[in-house]
Design a protein around this ligand. Structure first.
Ligand code: PEP
Ligand code: MG
Length: 851
């Protein structure tokens, strides 16, 4: 019968032929893939596909014409039913094999393939039907120890006893019940939640395919297995898979089975040795599929008396590193285009390549969970303070710094640690930002763990106690804290990675810079091909031992002269910092943000620190304590910080501007001329920019005059208060560039503390109050609206103004899409997120080109 006529008669049941109307959105990926295999003339058993809407109706009790389905197959053929969801990763109910097996078929098969094989097939079906369809307890069959006819009789007896009816003999009833149970399983709550967690939409559909069985049991070489041409972990060419004689489905992959290797292998017997022709054919089929389906495929096959049947082909499961290598190799062999290769790697997966990861095979003893704030995994001994972290590093012992939260005082400890764990905080809190900058695995906001810092005790969520020196592992990619030292795998920045990223860069149409504060950050940024530094947070430069004291003296100075003297000690250090940065980033823009945090963050917070400072300043401890307390603010993030310091204590910015200009001249002496970009934080009024700009211009003029040499620089404004967005037109008239600081802008738009939001963010996201943590993915509706206004007005005020985003969102793929859509020139993110941002931006450009 021609296909078209068949469809007219019953669109619910579609025989898979080369021209049948089958598509992934209506019948699912497996059905579509089988059609492709049929078109390639592969030996695929006869198969019928049921559409999503048909399966949906089945779940509600409306059966398609079962006799119509059976009529597609030879009388008495055994069948299997497999799920076919739109995306294979969304899973689906397990396949049911051997449908149609009954007493009559048993007699017939005993003649053709032998009584043992027939008994085994029947017994398998009875048990699968009992458990997956009749929903009987699997324990019912546990007692059966016989095989062959005895085992079968036992299984049938157990079924009858538990189900209170004889095992159904009618193939039509068997098939209908299997279809119904699989359709219903897809609608179950657990299945729904699981697939939604993998990105499936709420109304994702399920297709089912009904396929004639290739038995895998019987006379001659019979069996089943899977084969693929690459290693799923490494992505390197390697024939992998298993084969098991006298087996069905994926039994060859079950542990404890005496499965064979595929290729000759010194570790044991192989399919190549026992059935060389079949092995050769399988390899050829796999290579043909790879070329024609333009993907690495895993084939599920069955041998029936030595002849090969291909039951299924699925895209090979792959780690991120394998995905990248596979895509590069397919493009290098001309099987797919470079653009397609770029589209085939998930940007977020890239961070797996940039950091050491926990081996996916390793056992995980989870002690607690928090926000996955900085990816990668590291193992070390617990320490509870920065000084202990430094001491541990000095002894050569890797350590994990455990703190309630971190502050700038902890930066040195963080440098010394291999990972950080904090009780408080969210995705943009101090530990998270610094962790990402350093490429240091970090979990923050682990509120369900106990942080008894005074007792030097960390309590797991289940109450287990961990003391200083105990070994734990921080998995900053998943947000888990693990006991001990599970096996890890190294970062993979090989040639394939470099090639792949160069293809991505060729497509990209938005700039990517890095947020880098130290020479180490800048070097990482360069290695990851950032196009400059988009944000250098200068305050981090003042925490080193020899700097913190003059810094504190400057803060404590009573008179402008004393302040100047302290700043004069800091000037050469700052100058040296900038010279180094400019040299590392030679030929690229470096955007330096002037001092931002409230000054009191640089003062000690504990008694020992106060005493040290009193000694250094030659003052009584009580004076120092009083002074520190008097500098405290109720709301420091909205207090005396950013450009407000630049107005109230202008000598600090004067010193920084001078250091930048002197470094510019110095670095330009032996390299390409440097054009520094200077950025003012936390601006809310145009007048702030005018005032600070005139002082910086004056410093520039003074340095030019003193040195007798000219240089250029540009001045920009961080747009990170809602008012700066609204007044962007007048602000832009005094600036060469505007950079949206989306961390503070999110904090201020929501009125949501970036350091405290971690405490309730997961509740908010779970209950759907926020679709996602807005510090993580830019809130396109609210914060985004302010950015749109800022972009429009900024360009109105100054047509040539350059616009960028330098908050943490700059490394988030969805946020990059937003930035690109509103016309941002570049985004800047932590160095380790630069490759992710480069790939995400490239994919957006390719999507646009492809329409
Ligand atoms: C911001 O607020 O977005 C920003 C980049 O600055 P910081 O995180 O240093 O406040
Ligand atoms: Mg900010």
């Amino acid at each position: 019968m021609p296909d078209t006529l068949r469809q007219d008669q019953d669109p619910e049941v579609t025989l898979i032929t080369p021209s049948a109307p089958i598509s992934t959105p209506t019948h699912g990926g497996r059905a579509k893939c089988l059609q492709r295999l049929v078109r390639l003339d592969m030996p695929v058993p006869r198969t019928v596909a049921l559409r999503f809407d048909t399966v949906h109706r089945i779940a509600r009790g409306a059966m398609p014409d079962i006799d119509r389905i059976l009529a597609e197959f030879p009388r008495g053929a055994l069948l299997c039913v497999r799920p076919s969801s739109e995306d294979p990763d969304w899973g689906g109910p397990g396949s049911v094999l051997n449908i149609g097996m009954n007493d009559a078929a048993y007699v017939e098969l005993s003649d053709s393939i032998g009584a043992d094989a027939a008994s085994s097939l029947y017994q398998r079906f009875v048990m699968a039907y009992a458990i997956h369809v009749a929903r009987l307890d699997p324990d019912v069959f546990e007692e059966i120890d016989g095989t062959g006819q005895d085992g079968l009789s036992e299984a049938l007896r157990c079924y009858e006893e538990e189900a209170e009816e004889p095992f159904p003999q009618d193939p039509a009833r068997q098939l209908a019940e299997v279809l119904r149970s699989m359709a219903r399983a897809w609608d179950g709550t657990t299945a729904r939640l699981l697939r939604q967690a993998k990105g499936a939409p709420v109304d994702a559909g399920l297709g089912l395919i009904v396929q004639q069985m290739a038995l895998g049991l019987g006379i001659g070489e019979c069996g089943s297995g899977v084969l693929q041409l690459v290693n799923s972990e490494t992505g390197l060419p390697q024939i992998t898979g298993r084969y098991l004689s006298q087996s069905q489905g994926r039994e060859a992959l079950q542990r404890g089975q005496k499965s064979l290797f595929l290729e000759c292998d010194p570790r044991g017997p192989s399919l190549e040795e026992i059935a060389p022709e079949a092995f050769e054919q399988l390899k050829q089929y796999a290579a043909f599929m790879r070329e024609k389906l333009r993907a690495e495929m895993q084939i599920e096959f069955t041998l029936e008396n030595g002849s090969v049947h291909i039951l299924d082909g699925v895209r090979v499961k792959r780690s991120a590193r394998a995905a990248l290598r596979i895509a590069v190799r397919l493009a290098e062999e001309g099987i797919i285009s470079r653009q397609e290769a770029v589209m085939r790697v998930e940007p977020r997966g890239l961070s797996e390549l940039l950091h050491r990861q926990i081996d996916p095979e390793a056992e995980r003893d989870v002690l607690g969970r928090g926000v996955a704030a900085s990816p990668g995994a590291a193992t070390g001994r617990i320490v509870f303070s920065s000084s202990e972290a430094q001491a541990s590093a000095a002894r050569g012992e890797p350590c994990v710094l455990v703190r309630r939260e971190t502050s700038p005082e902890d930066v040195r400890g963080m440098h010394a640690a291999v990972a950080v764990l904090t009780e408080r905080g969210g995705i943009t809190s101090h530990a998270a930002v610094i962790g990402r900058g350093l490429g240091l695995p970090c979990v923050v906001g682990a509120v369900r763990m106990g942080f008894r810092l005074h007792d030097k005790l960390l309590l797991a969520e289940d109450g287990r106690r961990f003391r200083e020196g105990d070994i734990i592992t921080v998995d900053g990619s998943s947000g888990q804290i693990l006991a001990g030292a599970p096996k890890t795998i190294e970062a993979a920045l090989d040639d394939a990675f470099q090639t792949f990223m160069s293809w991505a860069d060729a497509e990209r149409d938005i700039g990517i810079r890095a947020n880098a504060d130290t020479p180490a950050d800048a070097t990482t940024a360069r290695n990851f091909a950032a196009q400059g530094i988009g944000l250098c947070r200068t305050e981090h430069m003042f925490f080193e031992a020899e700097r913190i004291t003059p810094m504190r003296e400057m803060i404590f100075a009573d008179s402008p002269d004393d302040r100047k003297a302290a700043l004069a000690r800091l000037l050469p250090m700052q100058r040296a910092d900038f010279i180094e940065l400019f040299r590392i980033m030679e030929g690229m823009p470096v955007c330096i943000r002037l001092f931002d945090p409230p000054l009191h963050e640089f003062l000690p917070s504990d008694r020992a620190g106060m005493r040290d400072l009193a000694e250094a300043l030659d003052l009584p401890v009580s004076d120092v304590t009083r002074r520190v307390e008097s500098m405290g603010e109720y709301n420091p993030m909205l207090g005396m910080r950013g450009v407000r310091l630049g107005i109230a204590v202008p000598e600090i910015y004067d010193m920084q501007a001078r250091a930048i200009f002197e470094a510019t001249l110095e670095a330009s002496r032996d390299g390409a001329p440097v054009v520094p970009e200077i950025m003012l934080p936390l601006v809310s009024a145009c007048r702030e920019v005018e005032l600070v700009r005139s002082r910086i211009d004056a410093v520039a003029a003074a340095v030019r005059h003193e040195r007798g040499r000219d240089f250029d620089y540009s001045l920009g404004v961080m747009v990170e208060t809602p008012r700066a967005c609204l007044r962007a037109d007048e602000i832009a008239q005094h600036a060469h560039f505007l950079s949206f600081g989306t961390n503070d802008l999110t904090q201020m738009t929501y009125g949501l503390s970036r350091d405290d939001a971690g405490r309730f963010m997961s509740d908010y996201v779970q209950q759907g109050v926020f679709p996602e943590d807005p510090f993580h993915r830019l809130d396109a509706e609210g914060v985004g609206e302010l950015i749109r206004i800022g972009v429009r007005r900024g360009r109105q005020g100054n047509g040539g103004v350059m616009l960028s985003v330098c908050g943490e969102h700059g490394g988030n793929p969805e946020s990059i899409a937003f930035c690109r859509s509103v016309g941002i020139d570049y985004v800047s993110c932590s160095p380790f997120r630069v490759p992710v941002a480069r790939l995400a931006a490239a994919q957006l450009a390719i999507q646009d080109k492809m329409g």
